[in-house]
Design a protein around this ligand. Sequence first.
Ligand code: ZN
Length: 176
Amino acid sequence: MVSCVYKISFEDNDNFYIGTTCNFIRRRKEHTSRGNNDLYTTKLYSFLNDNKIFKMDILFNCDGMTEDERYKLEKEQIELLKPTLNLMNNNKEYKLKKLKEYRSNFYKSQDAKNKQQEYRNNNKDEIKKRNKIYRDNNKDKRSEVSTCNCGSTYQSYQKSRHIKTKKHQNYLKLIP
Ligand SMILES: [Zn+2]
């Protein structure tokens, strides 16, 4: 396991990315398989997809450093080297904030889903009744037949369609 700050670069262009990991081998696999497509590496990954061959080099070995020291070093390197594929706010606080936002949105949407399900469970009969009333109403509408002044008959729910027909339009022209 190598803890480090690393650089991803490409043979045929000058774009690069600075990152940090506590496990270089695993991170290299993640980058290769695009398996770690999280919020703050989106730009990098869309670039990796178009550039299959990349190099991943260790800039600094960080074995023995604390996580905070490692992130601080990453941030310094990003500010110094200005990589083209990092979000400019690629630091630990930013990552944590994004992660928090992402989680809270996820839980909110889960929460909404659960509430909907709970509502459906608690109101099964009510919902069934409502659906039946709706169907019955629409059945009536569907079977109801109107006779138009133009001489045609049409099903009531198709009134707007009937009005567009040639026959009805010709009839309208005849009205003084
Ligand atoms: Zn008509």
